[in-house]
Design a protein around this ligand. Structure first.
Ligand code: C2E
Ligand code: SIN
Ligand code: SIN
Ligand code: FE
Ligand code: FE
Length: 350
């Protein structure tokens, strides 16, 4: 059977070449394939960084830099995990042993060492280290998988949302770039209100679904060239509740905002709108924003049942409906920035 321990990278640091050769021989005989020998302890840190060994065998008494100093330098690296260190020293004193262990050595062997004992200690420490590494790698892999899946889900959701918005627009062909225009106007209003970037993007992506419920309205009504009778109008109004039903139950901020917008974009500031007759700030802010952008674009566009109005006429209508249909604060903001709104209209002209 293959022993994965034998592929471990072992680093032996000792100023005495004879000792190094002995270690090399003992470890090679056991089957270890990646043994690296360093006889100048000043090269310890550089060699460690280059090889990232799984285990270090370290002499204590060395010129220039003794074993304690080597350990100190290694631990000062602020590495995630320094591999286990076995100190191999000719010094038998308990004091040295303790000092080595206290300074980070995981085990201690005295020279001359018993071959089988050294090999057993090497094997034990490698087992512990490999298990630890495996767990850490696994945690990292899992973390990456979760991050990737989250990104993917976000992308999928965004793409579904955009397709849904397009589906609603598809039958209502005359509206053309309506959802592009109104969603960018919504985003601009949100920016003018001082929303953060993330929320501005949310409304940009959520508002295109405001009329998704229109997929539940028969063509005979949706595409009727003239005014709707009372019964048709009742059915037409249901596009808000239908949209809300379609979008409900998802826990993402995006879908929840889209749901509120679909449900409430025909509510009016004075409470005379539908489907719930909400008033003032009972109406979610994102729906109030969508209302004004939606109506402005509907007024200035051709519909099966109406001609396109001029920007001036549409602005007059919006101003006159401030406080009745629309949130007066938003009307002020909208009209004060009418040039930017018109620029968006031109950017996405049918
Ligand atoms: P839409 O055509 O996209 O219009 C969105 C909103 O813009 C309307 O919501 C309304 O508030 C405003 N709006 C659009 N055209 C006019 C207009 O000529 N005058 C005024 N004052 N406001 C206008 P509303 O009224 O709740 O209608 C919702 C949707 O119902 C409309 O979306 C449209 O799809 C349909 N609809 C409304 N009225 C008629 C109609 O007379 N005939 C047909 N075939 N559909 C209609
Ligand atoms: C905001 O006010 O910045 C966001 C409002 C919302 O998410 O509904
Ligand atoms: C549209 O036709 O996309 C807008 C109409 C509405 O908001 O109901
Ligand atoms: Fe609508
Ligand atoms: Fe609309």
């Amino acid at each position: 059977m293959k022993d994965i321990r034998l592929n471990s990278v072992l680093l032996a640091i000792d100023d005495n070449p004879t000792n190094l050769k002995l270690l090399d021989r003992v470890l090679s005989a056991k089957g270890y394939k990646n043994i690296h020998l360093v006889d100048d302890s000043r090269k310890s840190v550089a060699t460690y960084l280059e090889l990232k060994p799984d285990l270090i065998l370290l002499d204590i008494n060395m010129p220039h830099m003794d074993g304690f100093e080597v350990m100190e330098a290694l631990f000062a690296l602020d590495e995630q995990s320094i591999p286990p260190i076995i100190v191999i020293s000719a010094q038998h004193s308990t004091e040295t042993t303790l000092k080595a262990l206290k300074n980070g050595a995981r085990d201690y062997v005295t020279k001359p060492f018993e071959k089988s004992e050294l090999l057993m200690r090497v094997q034990n420490l490698l087992d512990a280290h490999l298990a630890h590494k495996l767990l850490k790698d696994q945690a990292q892999v899992l973390e990456e998988m979760v991050a990737n899946r989250t990104r993917e889900l976000h992308q999928t959701r965004l793409s579904i949302v955009q397709r849904l918005g397009m589906a609603a627009e598809y039958r209502d062909e005359e509206t053309g770039n309506h959802i592009l225009r109104m969603s960018h106007m919504c985003k601009l209003l949100a920016e003018l209100l001082g929303w953060n970037e993330r929320d501005c993007d949310l409304i940009l992506n959520a508002s295109p679904m405001h009329d998704i419920g229109k997929i539940g309205i028969p063509d005979a009504i949706l595409l009727k060239p003239g005014p709707l009778n009372e019964q048709e109008w009742k059915i037409m109004q249901q596009h808000t509740s239908i949209g809300a039903k379609l979008l409900e139950g998802d826990n993402s901020d995006l879908m929840q905002m889209a749901q509120r917008i679909a449900h409430c974009h025909h509510e009016k500031w004075d409470g005379s709108g539908y489907p719930q007759g909400l008033k003032n700030d009972q109406i979610p802010i994102e729906a109030r924003i969508t209302t004004i952008a939606d109506v402005f674009d509907a007024l200035t566009s051709v519909r099966p049942y109406k001609e396109a109005w001029s920007v001036e006429k549409a602005c007059k209508q919006i101003e006159d409906s401030s406080g009745s249909h629309f949130d007066p604060e938003l009307v002020k903001l909208f009209l004060a920035n009418i040039e930017k709104m018109v620029a968006i209209k031109q950017q996405f002209q049918d």
